[in-house]
Design a protein around this ligand. Structure first.
Ligand code: HEC
Length: 193
C-alpha cells in the first residue's frame, strides 16, 4: 500500500497552516505575548464590581483573551445557570481570607502565592491591571453570600438528556425487531413450501 503515501503527505502538509490559522484565530496561540503590571493601590480602589462580575462569568471578554474564571471557580449565589467549575476553590469568601496584595499577586502572577494551575494560562493571556482590580472588587462584593451547589441540577439535566436519547433511539428503531422477525418468518414459510 506504499503507493498511497505521496497522496496523503502533501494533503496533511497543506492542512497544517490552516490548523495554525485556526489556533491563532481561536486564541489558542497568543498572537502577541505581553506582560502586564499588577494593579496599583489606586487602581484597586477604582475597581468596578459589576465589570468584574461580567469578566468573571465570561459575559465580557478579557482584553488578552484569557478564559473566564467561572470555568474553574464557583462564587456566591449568582455564578451563572449551572454554577462555576469545580477545578479551583470556591471564591465566595476568598477576598475576606486573603489580602488584596495576595489576590492581585495571583491574578498578575507577580505575588509570592501563585497558583500553579492559573499561572501558565494567565501568563500567556494576562489580565490588565484594570481587569485585576474589577475582579477583586467583584470578589469583595460576593463575601458572605450563600454558596450555591448546582450539582443536583447538572445531574438532573444529564438524566433527562440520557432519557431523551434512549427514547429517541427506541422510537427510531421501533420496527427493527419486528422486521427481523418478519424476515425470519418469511424465510421459514418459503422453505416449508
Ligand atoms: C484553569 C482553571 C482556572 C481558571 C480559568 C482560573 N482559576 Fe483561579 N485557581 C485555580 C486553581 C486550581 C486554584 C488553586 C490553586 C492551584 O491549585 O493552582 C486557583 C486559585 C485561585 C485563587 C486563590 C484562592 C485561594 O483561596 O487560595 C484566586 C483568588 C483565584 N484562583 C482567582 C481566579 C480568577 C479571578 C480567575 C479569572 C481571571 C481564575 N482564578 C481563573 C484554577 C483556575
Amino acid at each position: 500500500m506504499t503507493h498511497k503515501k505521496p497522496f496523503i503527505k502533501p494533503f496533511v502538509y497543506a492542512l497544517l497552516p490552516l490548523l495554525g490559522l485556526v489556533l491563532v484565530g481561536c486564541g489558542a496561540i497568543p498572537a502577541n505575548p505581553v506582560t502586564v503590571n499588577p494593579a496599583s493601590v489606586n487602581e484597586i480602589a477604582a475597581g468596578n464590581a459589576e465589570n468584574g462580575q461580567k469578566l468573571f462569568m465570561g459575559y465580557t471578554h478579557f482584553e488578552y483573551e484569557g478564559p473566564p474564571c467561572m470555568g474553574c471557580h464557583g462564587i456566591g449565589d449568582d455564578d451563572g445557570l449551572l454554577g462555576g467549575g469545580a477545578l479551583g476553590p470556591n471564591l465566595t469568601n476568598t477576598a475576606a481570607e486573603k489580602t488584596d496584595d495576595d489576590i492581585i499577586g495571583i491574578l498578575s502572577n507577580t505575588g509570592i502565592v501563585i497558583s500553579p494551575v492559573m499561572r501558565p494560562i494567565y501568563t500567556d493571556f494576562p489580565l490588565t491591571p484594570q481587569e485585576q482590580a474589577d475582579l477583586l472588587a467583584f470578589m469583595k462584593s460576593s463575601v458572605g453570600q450563600p454558596e450555591t451547589d448546582k450539582e443536583g441540577l447538572i445531574y438532573g439535566i444529564s438524566f433527562i438528556g440520557t432519557l431523551g436519547v434512549a427514547l429517541a433511539l427506541g422510537f427510531i428503531y421501533r420496527n427493527r425487531l419486528r422486521s427481523v422477525r418478519r424476515a425470519l418468518v418469511n424465510k421459514a414459510e418459503k422453505e416449508l413450501q
